[in-house]
Design a protein around this ligand. Structure first.
Ligand SMILES: *Cc1c(COP(=O)(O)O)cnc(C)c1O
Length: 395
């Protein structure tokens, strides 16, 4: 199998076990990049188209539109869901700023909902409390690699006549009721930042089954032009583009798409390896009484783009101390996701802190440990041993 050709440079990470390392077939990519450079077509072109087709087929959606980031893909998803200035969009408090940024870029107001203590995702109950007559859409976020309860949200959205968007930035390869996120007839977005399941350096994707949404997103990512650069090139310059709405420059380059195409050849391997590593952590840590392993509901599979542990008694054991302890052992860990409503940017929005008990408590009790294809069994054992040591030494 091609996997054998994947060479991982260790230069950057000689001493420390990193939290995350992209898994790239660099030799293959380097050869193809050279071809692209020699061809003269380095911006968005045939390679982006090829990457889109592979991606749509993989997740089980009709159309895929590549972008320069997931933030821009979410922005396009919001516009294509008719979110406009003055609307409210409900999303998890327990997520990264990028999601709120995309909402703000659309002119709408982000409204945060608390999450479930087991799945770390929003639920119809936490969202329903936040619905007002200005609410236009719900932005689902399949956090850390675990799907939201999509069907329950489809019901809620139908009840209140709201649009539903699924941000699967970190959840490529996770399944809900037996099929990949992206195949559930929602506009779904992905990130290809190096910390996500597959990477193009920077990059994103919007998938949809709706032809009009796909066509509008394609126009909006390229200045709003009615004709793409590639179509104009193929027509040898005979056709002229028109502008029916103002757009953006959210294009992915063919150089990035080369990396994306190469990643699609090994995406199954990446998904399997992550599951294997996570299962091993589960098997060694599930019975350890001080922490909780990631929860996965019956109807879903987790893709483990990160592996997040929760400290049960976070009054006694501080995440900060644990991260410091692990760092001294040359293991990179990270704080869990911090509540967005507490960010200084939102200070004047007067979010009520007590309305986010779960999100607030996860910020103080969760942490990420290393997981990436290529992480060795000895390294996992050393990480597990070090975690247990921390809890035994604090007493
Ligand atoms: C990383 C991430 C994003 C942003 O992706 P970019 O490609 O960096 O714009 C959005 N949503 C979630 C949940 C993410 O983890």
């Amino acid at each position: 199998m091609e996997i054998i050709n994947v060479k991982m440079s260790n230069n950057l990470f000689d001493k420390q076990i990193p939290l995350m390392k992209p898994f790239i077939n660099s030799e293959e990519v380097a050869n193809e990049i050279k071809e692209i450079l020699d061809s003269g077509w380095i911006s968005q072109g045939p390679k982006v188209q090829e990457f889109e087709s592979l991606f749509a087929e993989f997740v089980g959606a009709r159309y895929a539109v590549a972008t320069n980031s997931c933030t821009s893909a979410i922005h396009l998803a919001l516009i294509c869901s008719d979110v406009i200035c003055g609307d409210e969009v409900i999303l998890a408090d327990h997520t990264c700023m990028a999601d709120a940024n995309a909402v703000i870029m659309s002119g709408a107001t982000p409204v945060f909902a608390d999450v479930d203590p087991k799945t770390f995702n929003i639920t119809p109950e936490t969202v329903e409390k936040k619905i007002t007559d200005r609410t236009k859409a719900i932005l689902l976020i399949d956090q850390i690699g675990l799907p939201c309860d999509i069907d329950a949200f489809k019901e809620l959205a139908a009840k209140y006549n709201l649009k539903l968007i699924d941000d699967s930035a970190v959840s490529l390869g996770a399944t809900y009721k037996g099929s990949y996120l992206g195949s559930h007839d929602l506009i779904t977005t992905y990130s290809f930042h190096p910390r996500k399941m597959i990477t193009t350096g920077e990059g994103g994707m919007l998938v949809t089954n709706d032809k009009e949404v796909a066509e509008r997103a394609r126009r909006l990512r390229a200045t709003g032009a009615s004709v793409s650069d590639l179509e104009r090139h193929k027509a040898k310059g005979i056709i002229l583009q028109e502008y029916h709405e103002s757009g953006f420059n959210y294009r992915m380059t063919d150089m990035q798409a080369i990396l994306g195409i190469s990643q699609m050849k090994i995406v199954n391997y990446i998904i399997q390896e992550r599951a294997k590593l996570a299962n091993y952590y589960d098997s060694q840590l599930a019975d350890f009484k001080e922490i909780e392993c990631p929860f996965v509901p019956e109807n879903s599979t987790h893709c483990y783009s990160s592996y997040c542990l929760k400290i049960k008694d976070h009054q006694k054991y501080k995440v900060k101390d644990l991260i410091k302890f692990m760092s001294e052992k040359n293991i990179s860990c990270r704080f869990g996701i911090q509540p967005l409503h507490r960010e200084p940017y939102f200070a004047n929005r007067n979010f009520v802190d007590s309305e986010y008990p779960v999100s607030n408590s996860l910020a103080e009790s969760t942490f990420f440990i290393p997981i990436f294809p290529g992480l060795k069994l000895e390294e996992q054992d050393y990480i597990i041993k070090s975690i247990k040591e921390f809890f035994n030494e604090v007493k």
